[in-house]
Write a protein that binds this ligand. Structure first.
Ligand code: NAG
Ligand code: NAG
Length: 130
């Protein structure tokens, strides 16, 4: 399933968007296997009002010949799409965050992949920081 962000972004044309959500887990370079369930942890910048969150889409892109697609253009295979409601965890060192358990499609073969994420809030749509 491919999903293009271009149309959604256009809905919010003119809105200044900043990267206010970061993919905190898995770490860059993590290695996983087909069919594996894993946690995607999204951290939200502390300064923003929690009420502005609407949803996130987390996608998986294949990086062929070492080059990953631009996540602002292509979200890839959708691993999760739904509400985003970050909360303060027990660890006070962490900003408000939410963990999503997602599964790598069993048919996916070895290679390099990229997790991309789009954050929908009242401010607009932005791509999560890597
Ligand atoms: C992975 O997640 C899927 C869907 O949530 C579940 O059906 C499956 O049992 C999980 N597999 C493992 C190994 O935990
Ligand atoms: C998300 O998972 C991380 C790592 O296990 C944990 O430190 C954090 O508290 C969790 N976040 C929430 C909101 O429970």
């Amino acid at each position: 399933m491919k999903f293009s962000l271009a149309a959604a972004t256009a809905l919010f044309a003119g809105a200044a968007v900043a990267q206010n959500v970061a993919i905190a887990h898995p770490p860059a370079g993590a290695s996983m296997t087909s069919g594996q369930n894993f946690t995607v942890q999204l951290n939200k910048a502390n300064s923003l009002s929690p009420s502005s969150d609407i949803a996130v889409v987390i996608g998986l892109n294949s990086c062929t010949s070492g080059a990953c697609p631009d996540p602002s253009q292509e979200i890839g295979y959708v691993l999760y799409s739904g509400p985003f409601s970050p909360s303060q965890s027990d660890d006070p060192a962490l900003p408000p965050n939410q963990n999503f358990t997602v599964q790598i499609p069993p048919a996916y073969q070895g290679g390099q992949y990229q997790i991309a994420c789009a954050h929908f809030s009242l401010i607009g749509v932005s791509i999560c920081a890597p």
